[in-house]
Design a protein around this ligand. Structure first.
Ligand code: BDR
Ligand code: CA
Length: 307
């Protein structure tokens, strides 16, 4: 099993990513850390704990930072609802899973104690992982790779050229992505190319209470894109680990812009060799097999049908 930590800000697509990761026989989820992002940290933490109760999974949870490293938090309640989960009512949170350490301290402890390198999955603004690298620089040697949802080859969803996760905390994105640790990225375009069409959502509805919950969440997601197809961005990060054959990757030099008035958080994936030759690189999804992605997503969701 691949040991992983998931840093997340549920978030409707985060909930889908967690549902797949938590049921996977291939992953050993050591910790879920809550990040401030789609909604504030109190709410994302509560959502993680509520989802674990609902999924009946016992995974340790740690609370992450309240705000980005240098900036004020900007949320995405218009897309995910005021409570971050389409205003869906989940069961009460199981706070027994919440550790007393902060996300940074708990991740550091897990990395220190692990005999093997651990994969860090990031599907939220990267504040927690950046603070980890700044606080414990030698932890780098214990991180196998970062698997991230974020950035864009072109057009953004937070600003003209900026994707939400990188745009909310550009400094954090820069620290993580330019750290030298191997990085794999599912950018916005990959999510846009992996649409979940209504016929798939209608089948997911048949998969027990989890299926019914996702059907209800999907109905409200992104102001109602249900009929035209849903972009379940964060699930692609889990797909990178579990079903990489669905994607074609391109290795590119990368920089994260932090100083631009309108471009802070923009991901510069260099296809032409403009960036300095000593730049770090990332493997970025360039193509998605949409049909296989839908089939994979449906199959993973079907494992919940007996809960
Ligand atoms: C990312 O932003 C968030 O709203 C989603 O959960 C996803 O992680 C997409 O840009
Ligand atoms: Ca997210």
């Amino acid at each position: 099993k691949i040991p992983v930590i998931i840093d997340t800000d549920p978030g409707i697509d985060d909930a889908a990513a967690l549902a797949i990761a938590l049921n996977s026989q291939q992953l050993d989820v050591k910790l879920i850390s809550a990040a401030a992002g789609n909604v504030g940290i109190t709410r994302t933490l509560e959502n993680v704990l509520r989802l674990l109760t609902f999924f009946d999974k016992k995974i340790l949870v740690a609370q992450g930072a309240q705000s980005p490293i240098l900036r004020n938090l900007e949320t995405a309640v218009d897309i995910h609802g005021k409570n971050g989960l389409g205003n869906y009512q989940l069961p009460a949170p199981s706070s027994s899973l919440l550790v007393k350490e902060s996300a940074v301290e708990k991740i550091h402890q897990i990395l220190t104690e692990s005999q093997v390198k651990v994969t860090l999955i990031g599907i939220a603004p990267l504040t927690n992982y950046a603070l980890l690298l700044k606080t414990y620089p030698s932890d780098i040697s214990k991180i196998k790779e970062f698997i991230l949802m974020g950035g864009a080859w072109g057009r953004g969803n937070f600003n003209v050229l900026t994707e939400f996760n990188f745009g909310v905390d550009p400094e954090a994105a820069k620290i993580v992505i330019e750290s030298g640790v191997p990085v794999k990225i599912a950018p916005l375009e990959a999510g846009r190319a992996a649409l979940i069409k209504p016929e798939i959502s209608n089948q997911i509805k048949q998969f027990g209470k989890v299926g019914r919950m996702f059907f209800d969440l999907f109905k409200t997601y992104r102001g109602g894109s249900f009929a035209t197809g849903l972009k379940i961005y964060d699930a692609l990060a889990i797909g990178i680990l579990l079903a990489p054959e669905i994607f074609e990757f391109r290795t590119v030099k990368v920089k994260i812009e932090t100083s631009g008035t309108y471009t802070a958080g923009a991901s510069l994936f260099d296809l032409k060799g403009y960036l300095p030759s000593n730049s770090t690189t990332a493997e970025v999804i360039e193509k998605v097999d949409e049909k296989r992605f839908s089939e994979w997503f449906l199959t993973e969701m079907s494992y919940w049908k007996n809960l």
